[in-house]
Design a binder for this molecule. Structure first.
Ligand code: PHE
Length: 356
């Protein structure tokens, strides 16, 4: 019986696939297998012999049965491993290009997103207005009447009007400030918004293009002050530049704010490169002030009840400062080599205090 055991356990261990295993099963414990034959022999034994041989044969049959099952499982696992090794698919591989290069994010879009994320962390919602504005929203409502010199200074693009066309004049908005009026009219006070967008002025040199980008800020409530303005801006610059940045407020004049201030940020120049947040130089980046009572009134807000600040910042300007882009005109030349050099992918958006 020990010979039988050795033989079959050995055969099971070396069976290399399921059909080999099945034929071992048949010859060992099948109906006409060797164990069945041996069982039949029991009849010819003495009762004593049968008493020891019977249980041993049954035990051997059980042992072979479970060895077969174990070997079968091992063979199945091995077959699965083999398939997994042969049939894998890397779903993280990039797709096949279809004749087009993958795109990058334009630096202006990147900075636009960065600014929006930082102000959103401070509770500012995003507002929008049209790029073709009436002269009411672009000028009059902002306390710039038609005789005001500021209209001339802004190098405004006017929309063409045929003779006899009586519609009010339309302009390409020269700043994002008209969104202050539109948002206040729509929503009233209190309000806390930013308005990023395109603006237009007839100007062209290394630091001016006829189309550029601004981000307007507006916060109106019962007792908002210049101190809140200064805090919000310093918080913004620190998050945006990733280092603490001193600001300098210079008294200035805008018809739609009183008092008004132009804001500079601290910087130094090293080998012609600007470094923000260090040194004792200053760079102007925005105009700001307390919203003029006339502006509140023309938006339907009572200046005896409400007050607050507004600011307007150049997005392109702060993009140049952060990413060291020397010539503003290149932003809008659609030169793919420039975009490949300076473009971003994927979006990197900084937030205050490491984000939410
Ligand atoms: N609109 C101004 C400009 O374009 C900037 C500004 C906005 C100033 C809001 C004060 C308040 O120059």
């Amino acid at each position: 019986m020990e010979d039988l055991r050795q033989k079959y356990i050995g055969m099971i261990a070396t069976a290399s696939d399921e059909s080999a295993l099945e034929s071992v099963r048949l010859t060992a414990i099948g109906k006409k297998g060797e164990i069945a034959l041996a069982m039949r022999e029991l009849g010819r034994m003495t009762p004593e012999e049968r008493q020891t041989a019977g249980p041993r044969l049954n035990a051997l049959k059980d042992e072979i049965t479970s060895a077969l099952a174990a070997r079968k499982e091992a063979l199945t696992d091995a077959a699965l491993d083999e398939r997994l090794r042969g049939e894998w698919l890397d779903v993280t591989l990039p797709g096949r290009r279809r004749g087009v290069e993958p795109g990058t994010i334009h630096p202006v879009s990147q900075v636009w997103e960065e600014c929006t994320a930082i102000f959103a962390d401070m509770g500012f919602a995003v507002a929008e207005g049209p790029q073709v504005e009436t002269d009411f929203y672009n000028f009059d409502a902002l306390n710039i009447p038609s005789h005001h010199p500021a209209r001339g200074e802004m190098d405004t693009f006017y929309m063409h009007r045929d003779a006899g066309d009586e519609r009010p004049p339309h302009v390409l908005r020269t700043h994002t400030s008209p969104v202050q009026i539109r948002s206040l009219q729509a929503q009233g006070a209190p309000i806390r918004i930013i308005a990023p967008g395109r603006v237009y002025r007839a100007d062209y040199d290394q630091t001016h293009t006829p189309m550029f980008h601004q981000i307007e800020g507006l916060a109106i409530d019962r007792d908002i002050s210049m101190a809140n303005l200064k805090w919000v801006l310093e918080e913004f610059f620190t998050a945006y530049f990733g280092t603490s940045v001193k600001t300098r407020f210079r008294a200035s004049h805008f018809p739609f704010t009183e008092p008004s201030a132009e804001v500079d940020i601290q910087c130094s120049w090293v080998d012609g490169q600007v470094r923000v947040g260090e040194g004792d130089g200053w760079l102007e980046v925005l105009g700001s002030g307390m919203v003029h009572p006339h502006v509140l009134r023309s938006s339907g807000v009572d200046p005896d009840q409400w007050q607050g600040f507004a600011f307007g910042m150049g997005i392109d300007r702060i993009a140049m400062l952060k990413y060291g882009l020397p010539d503003l005109r290149a932003f809008f030349d659609s030169d793919l080599r420039w975009l490949r050099h300076y473009g971003f992918s994927p979006l990197q958006v900084p937030t205050l205090h490491g984000g939410i």
